[in-house]
Design a protein around this ligand. Structure first.
Ligand SMILES: [Zn+2]
Length: 116
C-alpha cells in the first residue's frame, strides 16, 4: 500500500506529466488493441473448444469423488451438489448450450417450418 503510493508519486515526479494519460496513450494504439483483442478471442475460442470436447470438470465441493465418507465406519453420503456423480458442467459448456438453444430456437421459428 505505502510503497505503491510512493512509486506512483515517484513516477509522477520523474515524468512530470500525468502518468495515467501517458499510460493510456501507450496502450491504446490501434494495432496493440487489435493484437490484444485477437489474443483474447483466440483464448476464448480455445476455451470454448475444450469445453466442447471435455464438457465436465471435477465437482468443487467433493473434488470429483461424488461422495463424502463418514469419519465413523464405512458409511458415506452422496454429494448434494453433483448428486453423487462427481461431475461439474464447465462454465464454457453452459455458454455453448445457451448458444445452441438460442440458435436452435431461431432455426425452428424461421427455416424449420417449410422443411418439416
Ligand atoms: Zn460433488
Amino acid at each position: 500500500m505505502l510503497s505503491r503510493a510512493a512509486t506512483a508519486t515517484l513516477t509522477a515526479a520523474t515524468h512530470g506529466s500525468d502518468p495515467a494519460a501517458t499510460l493510456t496513450a501507450t496502450i491504446h494504439t490501434a494495432g496493440q488493441v487489435a493484437t490484444v483483442l485477437l489474443i483474447v478471442i483466440i483464448a476464448v475460442a480455445f476455451y470454448l473448444f475444450t469445453c466442447l470436447v471435455w464438457p465436465f470438470g471435477k465437482c468443487r465441493r467433493c473434488k470429483g469423488v461424488g461422495k463424502f465418507k463418514s469419519p465413523f465406519g464405512r458409511a458415506y453420503r452422496h454429494c448434494g451438489k453433483c448428486d453423487g456423480s462427481g461431475l461439474r458442467v464447465r462454465v464454457g459448456r453452459h455458454v455453448i448450450n445457451h448458444m445452441r438453444a438460442v440458435r436452435g430456437a431461431g432455426e425452428n421459428s424461421t427455416t424449420g417450418r417449410g422443411k418439416r
